[in-house]
Design a protein around this ligand. Structure first.
Ligand code: SF4
Length: 418
């Protein structure tokens, strides 16, 4: 497949769990509430990842199971019922309640699907209760979004109407720009999933063509396909090249005339290439090592190699969906080493041995690597930054230039002091 060499690795992992994605999902759907059924560790993660939110009555909560709940499941169910009742009394605007599972063994024992079913019966449709897992045993941080969206799919109404469905959370202004471009291309009926209100779910059926905006939505794509939708195969909209191919794939699916596509996209491409040039100068020839965390690694590697001139030492990815990722893998340079899964110690040994100029990794690994003199970029920053689309390419490159620029300054300072 393509030019990549694919390997698998298993062992100890060092990644954020799927609870993390609640941070961007709750921003996207303000009428939804994410109730984490977890321990104090989960509460700590969600509160520190979401920063200020906890002080302003967060839209997600944690039902913390105290020691006494461990003795019997009946207590845990009662506790959950009590928390949900209190919550809904306090927050009548909540329309969709996600019960989010976590990894403590006492939580794993609770059948959250059954709890959701029971609560749906009690609430009689006033609030829809869904469940998915954000457990660190089963998910890495972006997979939380996959779980939440998959849980919403059964609620989507059926319709055979022709439409383009953009699937995956994007920053609203970025999404607006992309929708505007698709409209200019002549695609009129465009919907987004997740929607901006949890109750405003798009329809789904055989007239739906799905364009994934994010590469980590394997399960969601599968269940949308089961509902009759066609999944458009394309690279992901990162960088000028990926974004253009992504838009062209949608245009092809709707039989849009190529000259119209060129007339709309060419000026954007030209402008973005120009904006990219200064970053390319800094990044070109630098050696890049991506540790697995977000599933954005392959599209990022493709962008940083093709459009910024970086050399790819190793591309780690927590999970590789070969089918969805095929158009990306084909664009990677010959024999790029793509490693699926993680054995964090072996991977860190390889980082030290190869001594790359930049490592993309989780926050937990960044500090020790920086202390060893290796520049890093947190992969989590990439899911919180507006990086999608042709005109965001320079901003995306800038994120990777920043740590190298900082190290250059530090080196110069050290030289001056010597
Ligand atoms: Fe930690 Fe698991 Fe809770 Fe995530 S779900 S914060 S990995 S205990």
């Amino acid at each position: 497949m393509g030019g990549a060499t694919l390997l698998k690795e298993t062992g100890p992992r060092e990644v954020f769990c799927g609870l993390t994605s609640i941070v961007w999902l709750h921003r996207r759907m303000p009428d939804a509430f994410f109730l984490v059924v977890g321990s104090r560790t989960c509460a700590h993660l969600i509160q520190s990842a979401a920063g200020v939110m906890i002080f302003a009555e967060p839209r997600f909560g944690t039902a913390i199971l105290e020691e006494r709940d461990l003795a019997g499941l009946a207590d845990a169910h009662d506790e959950l019922d009590r928390v949900v009742k209190d919550l809904l009394a306090r927050r009548p605007e909540i329309r969709t309640l996600f019960l989010v599972g976590s990894c403590p063994s006492e939580v794993i024992k609770i059948d959250l699907a059954r709890v959701a079913e029971r609560l749906n019966g009690v609430l009689k449709g006033n609030v829809r209760v869904l469940n998915y897992s954000g457990s660190g045993i089963e998910t890495t941080f972006t997979q939380g979004e996959d779980g939440a969206l998959k849980a919403l799919v059964p609620l989507m109404p059926n319709s055979e109407e022709s439409q383009l469905l953009l699937v995956g959370t994007l920053a609203n202004p970025v999404e607006d720009r992309l929708i505007n471009l698709f409209r200019r291309l002549g695609i009129e009926n465009i919907k987004s999933f997740p929607p901006r209100q949890s109750t405003d779910l798009p329809t789904i059926g055989s007239g739906t063509k799905v364009l994934l905006t994010q590469p980590y939505l394997t399960d969601t794509a599968r269940v949308l396909k089961d509902r009759g939708a066609e999944i458009i195969k394309a690279p992901f909209p990162l960088g000028v090249e990926g974004s253009r191919l992504w838009m062209e794939a949608a245009a092809n699916a709707f039989s849009i005339n190529k000259s119209l596509v060129d007339s709309i996209l060419n000026p954007l491409v030209l402008r973005s290439r120009k904006a990219l040039a200064p970053y390319k100068e800094l990044l070109s020839g630098k050696r890049l090592f991506l540790l697995p965390e977000s599933q954005l690694e392959i599209p990022l590697a493709r962008f940083l190699h093709h459009e910024c001139g970086m050399e790819l030492v190793e591309v780690g990815v927590p999970y590789l969906n070969r089918d969805l990722m095929q158009p990306e893998l084909e664009l990677l340079p010959h024999e790029t080493l793509v490693v699926e899964g993680q054995h964090v110690e072996k991977q860190l040994d390889r980082v030290r041995e190869k001594n790359p100029d930049l490592v993309v990794c989780g926050m937990g690994l960044a500090n020790p690597l920086e202390a060893e003199g290796i520049s890093t970029k947190w992969s989590i920053e990439l899911v919180f930054s507006p990086i999608h689309g042709i005109d965001q390419a320079a901003d995306l490159a800038e994120l990777f230039s920043r740590p190298l620029h900082r190290r250059n300054l530090l080196t110069q300072k050290t030289l001056v002091q010597v």
